[in-house]
Write a protein that binds this ligand. Sequence first.
Ligand code: HEM
Length: 193
Amino acid sequence: MWLSKSIVHLASLLPLCWLYYHAINDTLGADPVETVIHFTGIGALNLLLITLLISPSAERFKQPKLLKFRRMLGLWAFTYALLHLLNFIAFELQFDWSLLFSEIVERPYITVGMAAFVVLLLLTVTSVNRIKKQMGPKWQKLHNWVYIASIAVVVHFYWSIKSDIYEPGIYAIMLAWLLALRKLKIKRWLKIG
Ligand code: HEM
């Protein structure tokens, strides 16, 4: 198990090392800021979707061991999202906090991205075993918010694109499929149907 966990950690960490190595050496192409924001944003979304794929796969292929990877992948998704936000604050806004505030208020795609980030932050903070135990059944209810956050991220992606909506469209279809796999659970949670 430690070997497969190390592989997952390395597979998540190495792309970041590659990204920041090229960023530091100024070899990221014509628009390095856009590349860094794009890379970390897409990375966070990919990891979020992979995290959502774990429990249906564990069930379908009768591999409960897969569940052991869910938390670490979720934490890596958050790490990418955090870097995405920090890169935006550092390179696009030059740490102008009042500008960040006005971006959140005035640009709907940033508002939605920020909402998704706050949910991911709450899920990360409460992912510690001790807090999970203390929260009891409330923990599962809170962690169901990952579905809302994922929808918000896909909306954020779609709104951030000015022209070609092909890529966010593919992500929307993948997310719709992942949510459809847990239709009953979500209906029960929202008390519909
Ligand atoms: C915390 C608040 C967030 C801010 C301020 C933010 C900011 C941005 C910005 C500036 C862009 C580039 C738009 C452009 O090209 O003009 C972007 C794109 C994107 N963001 Fe975020 N984002 C946030 C949260 C998130 C989160 C939580 C995720 C995923 C978990 C995410 C995933 C993406 C994706 C997939 C893209 C499209 C990548 C691209 O094509 O450039 N964002 N975001």
